[in-house]
Design a protein around this ligand. Structure first.
Ligand code: ATP
Ligand code: MG
Ligand code: MG
Ligand code: MG
Length: 470
């Protein structure tokens, strides 16, 4: 049954509304009340204090389509974009929430009901995971829902690989968390990958679509797990992932919204190869950049603004790679607003401002981009057998040509070359020491160099932690 992305969003909210959930609007991508969080990264963020018991609402069940950005902080998918079928920097998370109302039984039954009844997905394509020791959830799936036990996998907490399964969900290092159960969809054996818990799970055959979290604890800074006042439920399903399934395609980048953005980007930069990876990156990045600016983030040299700047610069670089001859990125905003009109109120209201910010940012960067790339080519030619760009070069590209370190890494990644991250950090430290020395003469040059008023963000524990995201 084909459904457009907006039809799925509507069907989801309607399904939960009919089960007594209050439909609540998406919150901003900037979590104004939560200094521990870089960007809104899940539907539950706006309800954090409700879960913790400090905030009371007139409802005990809610449902949302929440815009999220995962490009820094605990959940960072920037490096996955362009390489997996399922990761974006910006995506929408469909969620249903229970604040001390229903718990495991109903949460599982609602999720299964929506997928197999409302959307009529074939049950034999679905697979579920439960937290390793959660016998209760296991029994609900096996005995009440009737999922065959060879399709239920027990998974523990994963402290290792970045996108290997983990059935203990946490918003950040502190805050609400709990064991979860996840639903995966098998796209078929023509695609590489294995079920969760197997050695090939990082492939894109079995794609995680829905995470159902049983919120039970508030993790403290010292690691202690304090029980929440009332056990609750928080779920999140990636809209683009479920769209891919409903539209009969494997990759999120093949769904309606992305195809429209990819076509538009191809037209603007003047290429005809629609399967080009750079087009996917650009289509992804315009969503995060445009929505971040509409939510009040401005490109800058620190914190949230620097994450935005890095994403814009990556997109600009990919445009040049495709042959863009002039400033192009901002020209995608109109198509994006049209494609997402149901949920782009803020973006539509500020379209010209968003375009202006993107245009200026690109104009500034293209002045140094080509020269930086030439320098990098020279260095690559001289590298010989070395597999790493030296730290001082990464720093020079950053300092003189405005290349964020991750952009340099992105440029050389396809050639199997990395960057000397530690060496880069040493150079950064030296620069900081120089700036400090200068400021002790009464003038803080770093302060003077700051371009924009910064969105306050004090979530990193130390400066070194902050520079790690550079
Ligand atoms: P994955 O293991 O695929 O990286 P996750 O376990 O990190 O996903 P959750 O934190 O459980 O994701 O988020 C809930 C849901 O949001 C996921 O099941 C998925 O459908 C969706 N989702 C998560 N990250 C992304 C992303 N970067 N792009 C698109 N959808 C995402
Ligand atoms: Mg992830
Ligand atoms: Mg996962
Ligand atoms: Mg998950």
């Amino acid at each position: 049954m084909y459904m457009s992305t907006s039809e799925i969003r509507r069907a989801f909210l309607e399904y939960f509304r009919s089960q007594g959930h209050q439909v609540v609007s998406s919150s901003s991508l900037v979590p104004h009340n939560d200094p521990t969080l870089l960007f809104t990264n899940a539907g539950m963020n706006q309800f954090k204090d409700v879960f913790l018991g400090g905030d009371k609402r007139a409802y005990s069940r809610a449902t949302t389509a929440q815009r999220c950005v995962r490009a820094g902080g605990k959940h960072n998918d920037l490096e996955n974009v362009g390489y997996t079928a399922r990761h974006h920097t910006f995506f929408e998370m469909l969620g249903n929430f229970s604040f001390g109302d229903y718990f495991k039984h109903d949460a599982i039954k609602f999720a299964w009901g929506f997928l197999t009844e409302a959307l009529q997905l074939p049950k034999e394509r679905l697979l579920v995971t439960v937290y390793a020791t959660d016998d209760e959830a296991y029994d609900i799936w096996a005995k009440e829902v009737g999922v065959p036990t060879d399709r239920i996998v027990r998974i523990g907490d994963n402290k290792g690989a970045p996108y290997a399964s983990d059935n203990f969900w946490a918003m950040g290092d502190t805050g609400p968390c709990g064991p979860c159960t996840e639903i995966f969809y098998d796209h078929g054996d023509h695609i590489w990958g294995g079920p969760p818990g197997s050695a090939e799970e990082d492939g894109d055959r079995f794609i995680e679509i829905w995470n159902v979290v049983f919120m039970q604890f508030n993790r403290q800074a010292d690691g202690t797990m304090e029980p929440l006042p009332r056990p609750s439920v928080d779920t999140g399903m990636g809209l683009e992932r479920i769209s891919a399934i409903m539209q009969g395609v494997h990759s999120n980048y093949e769904i309606d919204i992305f195809q429209a953005l990819i076509k538009k980007a191809a037209e603007i930069v003047g290429t005809t190869d629609l399967s080009n990876q750079s087009l996917r990156v650009i289509a992804d990045h315009i969503r995060s950049c445009a929505f971040l600016i509409a939510d009040g983030v401005m490109p800058s040299n620190e914190g949230r603004g620097y994450v935005l700047r890095r994403i814009i610069r990556r997109a600009v670089r990919h445009g040049r790679k495709l042959g863009a001859k002039e400033v192009f990125f901002y020209k995608l905003v109109a198509e994006l607003a049209a494609q997402m009109k149901d949920v782009a109120e803020e973006l539509i209201a500020q379209q010209s401002q968003v375009e202006r910010v993107l245009r200026i940012e690109e104009e500034q960067f293209v002045r140094t981009l080509d020269r930086g790339l030439l320098l990098l080519e020279d260095v690559l030619n001289e590298l010989g057998d070395a597999k790493e760009i030296p730290g001082d070069v990464v720093f020079k590209l950053y300092d003189t040509y405005g290349f964020p370190a991750d952009l340099t890494a992105d440029v050389v990644r396809d050639r199997g070359i990395g960057i000397d991250e530690a060496g880069f950090q040493v150079e950064m430290e030296k620069q900081r020491a120089r700036a400090k020395e200068a400021s002790s003469f009464g003038v803080n040059y770093n302060e003077m160099l700051k371009l924009d008023v910064e969105t306050p963000f004090i979530g990193y524990k130390s400066l070194s932690e902050q520079t790690r995201i550079l």
